[in-house]
Design a protein around this ligand. Sequence first.
Ligand code: ZN
Ligand code: FE
Length: 256
Amino acid sequence: MTNLQIEQFSARSDNFGVLIHDPETNLTASIDAPEEQPILDALKRRGWKLTHILTTHHHNDHVEANLALKKRFGVEIIGPEDEKSQIPGIDRTLSHGEHFQFGSFDIEVISTPGHTNGEISFHIPSAKVLFAGDTLFSLGCGRLLEGTPATMFKSLQKLVALPGDTQVYCGHEYSESNARFALTIDPDNSALKERAREITALRAAGQPTLPSTILREMATNPFLRWHDPAIRRNLKLENATDEAVFAEIRKRKDHF
Ligand code: ZN
Ligand code: FE
């Protein structure tokens, strides 16, 4: 069993680009395609040739470089069945629960709608890694541009069911502003306070705050802590459903 190699870099203003590489078969996939030049630079840095693009959702900041990279490398573009008409150059579509082979690695598709109606996340169990697109961020979750709180709540429930030591990669570097909001919801959470200090230090040093892990997000991310008694007390929602607690936190973030 070889190791999956991962290269994370920044693109556009606050997007992450991520390349994954299987040294056994020499396949390289870009998780989304936010911007051509940073992806080309990353490929050059590692000496990899792009063979695939794995698309999480249709927003322009995730698909803008699809056609340019397809023209340059002849890559296969794989993305969500439910958004196929909106994803430039898509070759192959996937739905929830489907698996596909990326070299030596089995990739599981998890349907995670809410930010968009067809968004998917990519999970590689043997590498313990999740690519969550704009569904889950560190200390945050995607804005509900197409789905409802109920839809996003169900999507996040699927992600917290993954093994705790799964590394989480996300579409954007939003951790610093997410931390400011999270502290208003969960001010006495010492794990959150520690994470917020770490985020400030990393950003001051020009470093990324990701990847995170499922376990760490469950301990610190208010959008995954619908069950937490202190948060429920703060929100005066002691007896509400988990979904209602999530919906209230999402609403407050929208107006933060
Ligand atoms: Zn998006
Ligand atoms: Fe985005």
